[in-house]
Write a protein that binds this ligand. Sequence first.
Ligand SMILES: [Fe+2]
Ligand SMILES: [Fe+2]
Length: 192
Amino acid sequence: MLCLKAPTHPEWVHVAATHIADIMRDHAHCEKKAAFNALNLIMRYPDKHDLVREALVILEEETAHFKLILGELEQRGLSLGIDAGNPYAQQLSSIISKREPMRLLDSLLVDCLIEARSCERFTLLAGCESIPPDIRGIYHTLMASEEGHYTTFVAIAKRYFPANLVDQRLEEIASYEATIVQSLTNQPAMHG
Ligand SMILES: [Fe+2]
Ligand SMILES: [Fe+2]
């Protein structure tokens, strides 16, 4: 889907379906971190007006997603629990340059890849018949929103960097992301 260069292993969907409470908890933490990430962009680049406006919209949407999933956990008597971390996102973020302006470009494109992968996995969960229909409905609702975030991060990047540079670096980071995904061991986590 979109810029992804390797599909999620089919076994992951089976693991996710049989550990759906773990997936919902981890998903809630992912939404929380996506909101924090958008706020972090605003704090790091307050002089970039278009970035601030776009990141603010994402911050509001990710906060709403976090609230939605937290409510779904509460309805099922589940607690959020501690954040087990996200080795996939940590490994992917290691490609981000330490120096500006490439740090900004890389940060936006890593965010873009995480959104695209999340969208792919929501699509898989929404189509998995062994997951209860009400939970599948949540993932179906979120698919379009996360795809919109993917598009927005690329658009922000092209606002501040030449389009050919953005496309070239997106190719590089997408290839790196594919190698990470192929090394995953199908754990009951959104990016496991
Ligand atoms: Fe989200
Ligand atoms: Fe998102």
